[in-house]
Design a protein. Structure first.
Length: 152
């Protein structure tokens, strides 16, 4: 039988606390930032290291698809992670752990992607100038020479 009809909580020392426990608040922007950050991280890892994974039977076509079309998803998902992370960190009275983690992961993925693009541009410029004549530089230089010498 309930002798406490008014929802009064008597604690050990006899004082009365009239309070309702508030439900825990969730930071939806922080959760989404973390999800987008992990998505972009997985895509960039598969894009960089997917060739070694693509030899596995039945998984190779999935990896190949991600390697071909996943690059178009890296920038939007990382930018969404950064934006949602900033919004999640600035919200008051909300947990900020996942928002910070999503912001860091998404920012690192953007930085890695920008470095990769710069390296590709430098590789193409060096190959076009003929500075490097071995490895991938030679392949790109030969391709560029074929394009220049092509007659219509």
């Amino acid at each position: 039988m309930d002798n406490n009809p008014q929802n009064v909580n008597y604690n050990y020392y006899g004082s009365v606390n009239n309070y309702q426990q508030e439900p825990k608040k969730k930071n939806v922007c922080g959760i989404l930032s973390f999800i987008f950050g992990l998505l972009s991280l997985v895509i960039i890892i598969i894009s960089c290291c997917g060739v070694t994974i693509a030899v596995i039977p039945y998984i190779g076509w999935i990896i190949g698809f991600i390697m071909q079309f996943g690059n178009f998803l890296i920038i939007p998902s990382a930018l969404a992670g950064v934006i949602l992370g900033i919004v999640g960190v600035t919200r008051k009275d909300r947990p900020k752990g996942l928002a910070i983690a999503g912001l860091i992961i998404s920012g690192l993925v953007l930085l890695i992607y920008i470095i990769m693009v710069i390296l590709v541009i430098v590789t193409i410029i060096l190959a076009a100038l003929g500075v490097a004549t071995t490895g991938i530089f030679a392949v790109i230089a030969e391709y560029l020479n074929q394009i220049q010498n092509y007659t219509y």
